[in-house]
Design a protein around this ligand. Structure first.
Ligand code: ZN
Length: 114
């Protein structure tokens, strides 16, 4: 499994994902990569049916999740038909979009079996 990275501003410490060229808090342009712990909690989620061209599924679930140790909030694809708010999940890097001859990588969240 690939590791998850976020980008911490060298000046003020604000954590970013995806990578920004300019810190959204202080305007600095220097960042250091930081490995993220994979435990997240679902803050909100939605099911999307009208996917852009290139998706091989009828719909996908997307969630806003918060990393438990860093507090970073990101939007992810979640591999669960019925996510719920407060759900714990594992984040991993995987193929989020399969198109002909081209894959796109991003965060994918797998629910933790309770
Ligand atoms: Zn900053």
């Amino acid at each position: 499994m690939m590791e998850l990275y976020a980008y911490r501003c060298d000046a003020c410490g604000e954590l970013h994902h995806p990578r920004h060229f300019v810190c959204r808090k202080c305007g600095n342009t220097e960042f250091t990569e930081e490995v993220l712990n994979g435990k997240v909690r679902v803050l909100s989620w939605t099911k999307v049916y009208n996917l852009p061209e290139g998706y091989m599924q009828p719909y996908l679930c997307f969630a806003i999740v918060k990393f438990e140790d860093s507090g970073l909030i990101v939007s992810v694809q979640i591999n669960d038909d019925k996510p719920y708010i407060g759900q714990e999940a594992d984040a991993a890097v995987g193929v989020v979009k399969e198109a002909i001859g081209k894959d796109f990588y991003g965060f994918i969240v797998e629910p933790i079996a309770v």
